[in-house]
Design a protein. Structure first.
Length: 486
């Protein structure tokens, strides 16, 4: 970003802002990506929160930054960028005039409006921005997922935003797309003939995409019980990763070309509805259990309710009906209160067609490419090799491992930092177009509708496990198994 910009952070005292966005902006300032003169305006609903904001942000940085990142002198400089204001975004009163006065002092600047607020108030916020004349030709809006609860509500929200901002100024964020390893996935595929020639149904047996969390509701009980894992994780994060894994090479790495290829993948997804949902989708709900030696309550206890059919776990088998992927199953899985926190993609290759070594050489396992997105970022290729300390021919798996934190020890990846800077620079390549959102909901909605129409309840699984047994059976029916993070 070559010029200073103004960022208005609606929901400035929310969990997302304090846990992710403020630390990301601090990192951008520390590395020199926030130019002198940039202003960050956290919006607080109450004046008391605005008065105490610098102290609140300071505490958040000390809590959420990694070891060695916090520096008091850097905080002093960064804090001078923060201009907290008090504003009720749903009420068009004189408080908006204060925001207008601040922004009008630099009318030609890029204005980045980050809506870290519930989607239900996106429209009111944009309406008031427009009514107060705060949307300039250099204004952009960043919106968080999930956009709605189904295709209809999502379209209504998108239409409301679109009545005030043109599509090329709307940045729908999915922070997984900003992770460096996800970008390395594209570089791996489209810059290495070795992989691209082995990236289809002729070579690949199946692909797994897993995002697991050890946490429960984290104070989001009301929101989560109305949303569930399918809307919260599958409809956006998992399907976006699926698109990057499966899409064809774009003509160039522009937002328009990448979007076109991702939409082709979403439109080629084989529909799941009716009995196919029962066959290919497993939903679960965590019970009381133990994680890292600590006992944790079940979902209903966290919810403080007697009953709920909301899923905290989803595993499903998907197929992409295209020449490249015909017959290759994609297994997607996400859950809360799982054994470990991780996000990874596993590309499982087919077995060798002929075993030239005898049984005494050992079992030959198929090659496997493992892309770790969190907690660490790495790319690992599992190959078969001869044991070096044996005179006889004994085979064993060997790993080629690129751990980015070791290779780039001075670099700290931060997806939100990258995406906020991209939005300020008007680079939408890593953001989601409205058409992608619509295509994803069109595939997810029939699954949710089938659950609503049936009386089946989510399968129980103990907290600290890898989900219900039915999720393992989903793969076992075809002789496969989940590769759980170690």
């Amino acid at each position: 970003m070559s010029k200073p910009f103004d960022m208005v952070l609606f929901g400035g005292v929310g969990d997302l802002a304090l846990r992710k966005l403020i630390p990301a902006l601090y990192r951008a300032f520390r590395e020199g990506s926030l130019k002198e003169g940039c202003r960050v305006l956290p919006v607080c609903r109450h004046q008391k929160d605005a008065d105490q904001y610098l102290q609140t942000a300071h505490q958040a940085l000390q809590q959420y930054l990694s070891d060695g990142e916090y520096c008091s002198s850097i905080w002093t400089g960064f804090s001078q960028l923060l201009r907290p204001i008090s504003l009720d975004i749903s009420v068009p009163d004189e408080q908006w005039e204060h925001l207008s006065d601040i922004l009008s002092s630099a009318p030609q600047r890029v204005r980045l409006f980050y809506l870290a607020i519930p989607p239900g108030v996106f429209g009111a916020c944009c309406e008031n921005l427009s009514a107060k004349g705060l949307i300039s030709k250099n204004s952009r809006v960043v919106v968080e997922k999930p956009l709605g609860y189904n295709a209809q509500s999502s379209d209504e929200i998108n239409s409301k935003i679109a009545s005030y901002f043109p599509e090329n100024n709307i940045f729908r964020i999915d922070h997984y797309l900003g992770k460096e390893t996800v970008q390395n996935l594209l570089a791996l595929r489209f810059s290495n003939v070795l992989f691209e020639h082995l990236w289809d149904a002729k070579s690949i047996d199946h692909i797994q995409i897993s995002i697991s969390e050890t946490v429960g509701l984290e104070g989001r009980a009301g929101f989560y019980d109305e949303t569930g894992a399918m809307r919260d994780m599958v409809q956006n994060h998992l399907l976006q990763l699926l698109c990057l894994i499966a899409m064809e090479s774009p003509n160039s790495m522009t937002a328009k070309n990448i979007r076109a290829e991702k939409i082709k993948v979403l439109e080629a997804l084989r529909p799941l509805s009716g009995a196919k949902v029962d066959e290919d989708v497993v939903r679960g709900q965590y019970m009381a259990g133990e994680i890292n030696g600590q006992k944790v309550p079940g979902y209903l206890q966290d919810l403080e309710g007697d009953a709920s059919a909301t899923e905290t776990f989803v595993a499903l088998r998907a197929h992409i009906d295209s020449w490249r992927w015909a017959g290759v199953p994609f297994f997607l899985r996400t859950g809360k209160r799982m054994e470990k926190r991780c996000a990874e993609i596993v590309v499982q290759y087919k077995k060798v067609s002929h075993h030239v070594y005898g049984e005494d050489a050992g079992h030959v396992i198929p090659n496997r490419l493992v892309i770790h997105l969190q907690p660490e970022e790495s790319i690992k290729l599992v190959l078969m090799a001869k044991k070096m300390d044996s005179l006889t021919t004994e085979l064993q798996p060997a790993e080629l491992n690129l751990t980015l934190s070791d290779t780039y020890d001075s670099f700290r990846s931060d997806a939100y930092k990258r995406l906020m800077l991209d939005a300020a620079a008007n680079n939408s390549a890593l953001f989601i177009h409205r058409d992608e959102v619509a295509a994803a909901w069109a595939w997810v909605d029939p699954i949710i509708e089938h659950w609503r129409e049936t009386s089946d309840q989510p399968k129980p699984y103990p907290a600290g496990s890898w989900g219900p047994q039915e999720a393992s059976e989903l793969l076992a029916r075809s002789g496969r198994h989940w590769f759980n993070a170690k």
